[in-house]
Design a protein around this ligand. Structure first.
Ligand code: HEM
Length: 488
């Protein structure tokens, strides 16, 4: 059979692909149209569920090059030797819109990086903002419902967004960022990325450090006003990224970390595990550790970007989680979402498959044995005749076994422990939002207030009053400007 012969999905040559098998010119079709049935049946199954959040995204491959050894802080193999390059896949996204929504929504941008290290994949699933709207995951579904489309009209409803924020002062810091001039990035290349959460490093001596990751755009920050954004083509950000990589204009980010010794978490002025707060750069300066560059577009959007599956639980030896409550829920939520959205063998799909050997006793499930990169030849055959339980008597013959050298130091309990619902209602959610406001120029303050009032003016008087109270607690001028603009 010639290489160019069209085939069925089972590889048989197809002799006709324009006309179905019919009973005469004017008659019905017959049951031996199995090729037609195959086409229609596959077409019916072309979609997988879109991500429940961050559905609209754009991904590309690249590399992370280490410029400073972190061996004092972490045993992570890709953080030891300056000059080492690690392949990465980065998926940018908006949060609230569906797959075909606009690239230019006023919305945080997802910034999810998969580092394919030689000791497994490390996923940093962050945003273009250093903080988030919430510090307790129990609010996440309510928050997302309030920000997405109205259940009756299927239209965005700014009044409901503000209704959520009016009841949750913890959102004020992130909301101030979102409504500021930084709220709509000009392109995916012109924004910073953040791990946002506090993660940890641990070193050979078993010492743990709390860590925040920052990716500073080398292209410079560029943003759009509301008026400019509505004039952009809905797919413009995706086009911008694909075209700049295609023409060799590779975007890059300078990678920095803030590091806090473990014990300082007990006494630091803010709770370092509260995702609504930043750490002052004066207290914990940014340490430059390398460069991240994107230099290769995907060949197939669905296979790679759509099926890419990032999980905050994808950690490697030397990098750990932290007591951040939001992070802990995310350690569960993402793998659960992947099993629903992509399937149990999601990590065998090439974009997700580690670039190092994968050796375990998990077997079977839909599409087991997909990926040659996943554990070499064995994975293409569901790990073949290899034994499928542990412990077993073949370990000395090379069957996989746990290796105690990768034991992480125990996560410390930082206060007198008790178990019960925590109460953060008297937390200070206002100082950092006020600090940010006071850093803005007069023009930036005007933009912020006008962006807020655009949506807040549609909310009830009670929501408006509670929001103004929050702005005033952050900064009296912030409150009075919003209040006057609402009256006007
Ligand atoms: C408890 C809080 C959260 C929950 C339960 C949650 C849940 C989810 C789920 C279910 C997805 C879809 C995953 C998929 O289908 O592949 C997702 C995507 C995503 N989330 Fe979260 N999320 C939370 C908080 C956050 C925070 C705080 C950030 C950033 C700091 C974040 C960043 C992202 C990003 C970037 C994606 C898209 C990943 C991709 O490109 O595939 N999420 N989230």
């Amino acid at each position: 059979m010639a290489k160019t012969t069209l085939t069925t999905s089972s590889g048989a040559p197809v002799s006709e692909d324009n006309n179905s098998i019919s009973v005469g010119q004017r008659g019905p079709l017959t049951y031996d149209n199995h090729y037609l049935f195959e086409k229609l049946a596959h077409f019916n199954r072309e979609r997988i569920p879109e991500r429940v959040v961050h559905a609209r995204g754009t991904g590309a491959y690249g590399s992370f090059t280490l410029s400073k050894s972190l061996s004092d802080f972490s045993i992570a193999s890709f953080l030891q030797t300056p000059g080492d390059k690690t392949e990465v896949f980065l998926r940018f996204s908006t949060v609230g819109g569906g797959q075909d929504s606009s690239d230019y929504a006023r919305d945080p941008r997802g910034f999810a990086v998969k580092f394919y290290t030689d000791q497994g994949n490390f996923d940093l699933v962050g945003n273009n903002t250093p903080v988030f709207f919430l510090n307790d995951p129990i609010k996440f579904p309510d928050f997302v419902h309030s920000q997405k489309k109205d259940p009756r009209t299927n239209l965005p409803n700014p009044a409901k967004m503000f209704e959520f924020w009016a009841n949750h002062p913890q959102s004020l810091h992130q909301m101030t960022i979102l409504m500021s001039d930084r709220g709509i990035p000009y392109s995916l290349r012109h924004m910073h990325g953040f791990g946002s959460h506090t993660l940890s490093f641990w070193n050979k001596a078993g010492e743990r450090f709390w860590v925040k990751w920052h990716f500073k755009t080398d292209q410079g920050i560029k943003t759009l006003t509301e008026e400019e954004a509505v004039k952009m083509s809905p797919f413009g950000a995706q086009q911008d990224l694909v075209e700049s990589i295609d023409k060799g204009d590779f975007p890059s980010w300078t990678v920095k970390v803030q590091i806090m010794p473990e014990a300082e978490a007990r006494s630091y002025s803010v709770n370092p595990f509260d995702l609504t707060k930043v750490w002052s750069h004066k207290d914990y300066p940014l340490i430059e550790i390398g460069k991240l560059e994107l230099n290769r577009n995907v060949d197939n959007y669905f296979a790679e970007t759509e099926q890419a599956a990032f999980a905050p639980s994808n950690l490697v030896p030397g990098i750990g989680a932290s007591p951040d409550k939001m992070l802990q829920a995310r350690l569960l939520a993402y793998q659960d979402a992947h099993r629903y959205r992509v399937g149990a063998n999601v990590n065998q799909i090439p974009v997700n498959a580690p670039r190092c050997p994968v050796q375990h006793y998990q077997r079977d499930g839909a599409f087991a044995g997909m990926c040659p990169a996943h554990g070499g030849e064995l994975a293409t055959n569901n790990q073949g005749a290899g034994i499928n339980f542990y412990p077993n008597d073949q370990i000395h013959q090379g069957e996989p076994a746990p290796d105690a050298q990768f034991t992480a130091p125990p996560m410390p309990v930082l206060e007198d422990a008790w178990i019960g619902h925590h109460d953060q209602s008297d937390e200070d959610y206002f100082s950092q939002a006020g600090d940010l406001y006071r850093l803005m120029s007069d023009h930036q303050k005007q933009q912020l207030v006008s962006n807020i009032v655009g949506g807040l003016s549609m909310a009830t008087e009670s929501v408006q009053a509670r929001m103004v109270e929050q702005f005033t607690k952050a900064d009296a001028d912030y409150g009075s400007r919003v209040s006057s603009a609402l009256k006007a």
